[in-house]
Ligand binder design. Structure first.
Ligand SMILES: *[C@@H]1O[C@H](CO)[C@@H](O)[C@H](O)[C@H]1NC(C)=O
Ligand SMILES: *[C@@H]1O[C@H](CO)[C@@H](O)[C@H](O)[C@H]1NC(C)=O
Ligand SMILES: *[C@@H]1O[C@H](CO)[C@@H](O)[C@H](O)[C@H]1NC(C)=O
Ligand SMILES: *[C@@H]1O[C@H](CO)[C@@H](O)[C@H](O)[C@H]1NC(C)=O
Length: 541
């Protein structure tokens, strides 16, 4: 035995003491006690328990070194330590960088940034890994109730922004199956498991840096009323957010260009000039300024930067800057796939909402029961764009079930308001205006009327995650003459399902005075995050 050597040496030493000095029994007893303790201490080195069970030691690396219990960890409901663990292991495997799914258009060719992981994390001493086992066992018995442990939070915070994004990208590949969730109604989503995981990872990881630069009112001045309110509400809620905003740009995963397309129009557009160049020049100069002042733009060529613009001209205000136009993530109400500016999978279709009373953005939300919706289909509005004249040509004053108007006539409005019409109709027709988008779509959802969208090439709002088939009807422009036929062909049961889904999806389209989980602010931010993750190359392990 290993312990023999030192033990017998100790005995000898004691004996030597006894021989040299006259010791009474009490002293001998004391010496015996010392010997026993020394023996026990020596034994400890041969036990399989970690030393830190007896000796306090800094717990720094503990959370990173828990052993993996196998593939089961991948299908855990909640985010827990094993996921960080999973990441650590994946990192250790030699990896191949694939092409990024979104190609960047760089004006100056630059070496693609290597998403390197610090060596220190890979080379963890084996001995320590073994020692941690006891700790894990006790953990397994009592899974921590909060969704995310502080330890995991700490581990994730210690990752560099690019590492954290890569971790998230990897995690999303291995989503646990969600069958039942109190807060999320699965039929509304293309893939509720994927959404839930991605959303949780956003909550855990995402940090946004808001450039303080830019003069008011074009920058930092949210406009909260009217049909372009979405860009204002997003700006307001983003700027006052505590959870996602960071003051340290080095820690940011996304950079927000806090301008308003609406304010840009009001400040710089010369009425009747039909010239948007002053607007896009202004924005180009802004981007040049921040690219010169900070290192972040050039680092990514703007691909981790985003803007949120609801005014119809949003997409046209980026034209003068190639990287801004090609690389930056744009959340746009005018999400027209046919113009080559909005790119599906990179840009985000921003829901257009009409806010009539900024102090009470949720006013009037709600609708009547299906049995109290006698009108089959309703539309009222101005004759903007190419679709509405066709709609009216075929359906105005043609059919009692089809209440299709131009601007709502006063004689009609006196009896029933626009909003009351929406609350009393089964289907609300949402034809595009000058541009593909229309605030009617979200309005219909607010008033629990199933939207019927007529706008070819329109990327539907938040369609990264939402399944619009579940709560809307999309009709091709060429099918306008068959509109009633198409609506009547939908079985009543299917209609009921869609109407329930409209009610369920409502909360994801609401501007709350203070943002709440899964509301419109968070859904937009999530879609931006989701598309940012799309840029991260998948590593092959
Ligand atoms: C992590 O998830 C796995 C898989 O579901 C589970 O067995 C384990 O108890 C979880 N650990 C913690 C600390 O929650
Ligand atoms: C990049 O820019 C060039 C020249 O302007 C253009 O031909 C090309 O299609 C662009 N590529 C992408 C992916 O946008
Ligand atoms: C959801 O996405 C995950 C990850 O891509 C995939 O494994 C899963 O099969 C998807 N679920 C459905 C119902 O499509
Ligand atoms: C970023 O690139 C532009 C154009 O190449 C250059 O003018 C600017 O100084 C660069 N910014 C920084 C911080 O180096």
């Amino acid at each position: 035995m290993v312990t023999r050597g030192p033990s017998s040496a100790l005995m000898k030493e004691l004996y030597r003491h006894c021989a040299l000095y006259r010791i009474d029994w009490r002293k001998l007893f004391f010496a015996g006690a010392i010997m026993t303790i020394a023996g026990v201490m020596l034994q400890m080195f041969t036990l399989p328990y970690p030393l830190n069970m007896w000796f306090p030691s800094p717990p720094v690396t503990v959370s990173l070194d828990e052993p993996i219990n196998g593939a089961m960890e991948l299908i855990s409901e909640r985010v827990n330590e094993s996921m960080v663990q999973q990441f650590q292991l994946v990192e250790a495997v030699p990896s191949v960088l694939l092409n990024s799914p979104v190609e960047l258009n760089v004006s100056t060719p630059v070496e693609p940034e290597r998403l390197a992981v610090p060596q220190t994390r890979k080379s963890v001493p084996r001995r320590r890994r073994k020692n941690i086992k006891v700790d894990t066992k006790s953990n397994d018995k009592t899974p921590p109730p909060p969704p995310v442990s502080h330890r995991l939070q700490r581990s994730i915070r210690s990752l560099k922004p690019n590492e954290a994004l890569e971790y998230a990208r990897k995690e999303i590949e291995h989503v646990p199956l969600v069958t039942d969730d109190a807060e999320l109604y699965a039929p509304l989503f293309r893939n509720v498991s994927l959404f839930k995981r991605s959303y949780e990872l956003m909550e855990m990881i995402l940090k946004v840096y808001i450039y303080p630069d830019g003069t008011r009112p074009i920058f930092h001045h949210p406009h909260l009323r009217g049909i372009y309110a979405s860009e204002g509400w997003f700006m307001k809620l983003m700027e006052e957010n505590k959870q996602f905003v960071t003051k340290e740009p080095e820690k940011a995963h996304l950079f927000y260009l806090p301008y308003s397309a609406r304010q840009l129009e009001m400040a710089l557009y010369v009425p009747e000039s039909h010239n948007l160049k002053p607007l896009s020049t202004y924005l180009r100069n802004y981007v040049k300024k921040i690219a010169a002042k900070y290192p972040f733009w050039n680092r990514s060529h703007g691909s981790d930067h985003f803007l949120v613009a609801c005014h119809d001209w949003g997409p046209y205000t980026v034209n003068e800057h190639k990287e801004l136009s090609k690389n930056t993530i744009k959340a746009l109400c005018n999400a027209d796939l046919s113009e080559g500016i909005f790119v599906h999978g990179k840009d985000v279709s921003l829901p257009e909402t009409t806010i009539r009373t900024p102090r009470r953005p949720l006013r009037n939300v709600g609708g009547k029961r299906v049995s109290q919706r006698p009108i089959l289909a309703f539309f009222a509005g101005n004759m903007h764009g190419r679709v509405r004249p066709t709609l009216l040509k075929h359906w105005r004053d043609k059919d009692d079930d089809m209440r299709i108007y131009g601007p709502l006539p006063v004689r009609v409005a006196r009896k029933m308001s626009y909003i009351q019409h929406m609350k009393s109709s089964k289907y609300c027709i949402c034809p595009m205006g000058y541009e593909v988008n229309s605030p009617r779509i979200i309005e219909a959802i607010y008033y629990e009327c199933v939207p019927v969208i007529i706008a070819d090439h329109f990327a539907l709002p938040l369609s990264e995650v939402l399944d619009w088939n579940a709560f809307s009807v999309v009709v091709a422009e060429k099918d306008i003459p068959k509109l009633k036929e198409i609506l009547l062909a939908i079985p009543f049961k299917r209609y009921l399902t869609m109407q329930i889904n409209v009610k369920m999806v409502q909360k994801h389209f609401l501007w709350n005075p203070r943002a709440v989980r899964y509301d419109l602010f968070h859904m937009i931010l999530h879609s931006i995050w989701f598309n940012r993750l799309n840029q991260i190359p998948i590593r092959q392990s």
